[in-house]
Design a protein around this ligand. Sequence first.
Ligand SMILES: Cc1ncc(COP(=O)(O)O)c(C=O)c1O
Length: 379
Amino acid sequence: LIYFDSASTSLHKPDIVIQTVAKAMTELGNSGRGGHAPAMSATRTIYNARERLATFFGTQANQVAFTHNATIALNIAIFSSLTTNDHAITTVLEHNSVLRPLYHLQSHGLSLDFVGLATDGDIDYDALEKLLKKNTKCIVITHCSNVTGQLIDLERVAQICKKKGLVLIVDAAQSAGLFEVDVKKLGDAIVCFTGHKGLLGPQGTGGLVKNGYSPITPTFFGGTGSDSFSHYNSGIFPESFEPGTANAHGVAGLAAGVEYINQIGMKKMTSNSLRLAMFFEDEIRRIKNVEIYGNPQLPKAPIVSINIGDLDSAEVGAMLSEYEIYVRGGFHCAPLIHHALGTQKQGAARFSFSSNNTMEQVKIAIEVVNKIAREHVGS
Ligand SMILES: Cc1ncc(COP(=O)(O)O)c(C=O)c1O
């Protein structure tokens, strides 16, 4: 089995993640609910995980709230930072996890603008500044495109936000665990991450990391294990943003994933997967009838999206599956970038690499792509 779909979810979790989740499932009670040993153990587990994630993102434990994935984190960040009288700026690179909450607010009056791509394929940072209005409140931006792998210069966007007093909301779903995200450098910012991709944790984990003083208000309400007689949640971050029973089992595994990355070294892991991605891209470029998306000169994640002739990309995915090579074909929940790349009909076959992959696997995939291009597209 050759798994090139790590941008979707990391398939091979480190043993320590699996063992930690299994142990947590035998030991943990309900965090924040009661003072007996299993409940306290769950509370401690979540606190330790909060600390580990906080250190990973360059901040303190009380700035990290756990959610079930990046999508929920982005919904919380967007709905708690914007009202329908505001103006927000986002980009054509975004995933539906950013677009749909924004479109929802737009349908209730939010004013919304999109930054497109410059001629080199990068985000048009100058155009972004020109879109600023008096009532602009937030810039909502991905750190890394899930289609082209292109990375955004977050510190450059943060400078714009700092100058204008805006809140920066970052979708770090694709970058967390692969590239450094230091929230302290980002001014007033909320970074949303998912646990099951680059952080190597279980599905059902994720969160938001806050920096700065902009108040955010909870969007979900319910039991928090404290202040039971109050009609309201306290609004205090992070506990008010985590109502209901926490996923302590998953969060324990997420912390183990981060510890694993710390031990091996994130830079080392990412440079291994980038080496594979770059080799793949360079070799694929030589094959007739293969189109590769994105500018290889720009900083990027180990993601290579392609099409073969005018074959449907989902069909290409199915053909590759016959060789037990697993990629994601079709559309990638990022409609605007498909329009920008002209792939709104064909989609794209996305190969995403991890440090678990090997050069041998990459060479097999190159051969199979070559074969498909020869046999199904012709000369
Ligand atoms: C760029 C980007 N944002 C957000 C998400 C949503 O992540 P999740 O499904 O874990 O909520 C994804 C998932 O593929 C993504 O690639």
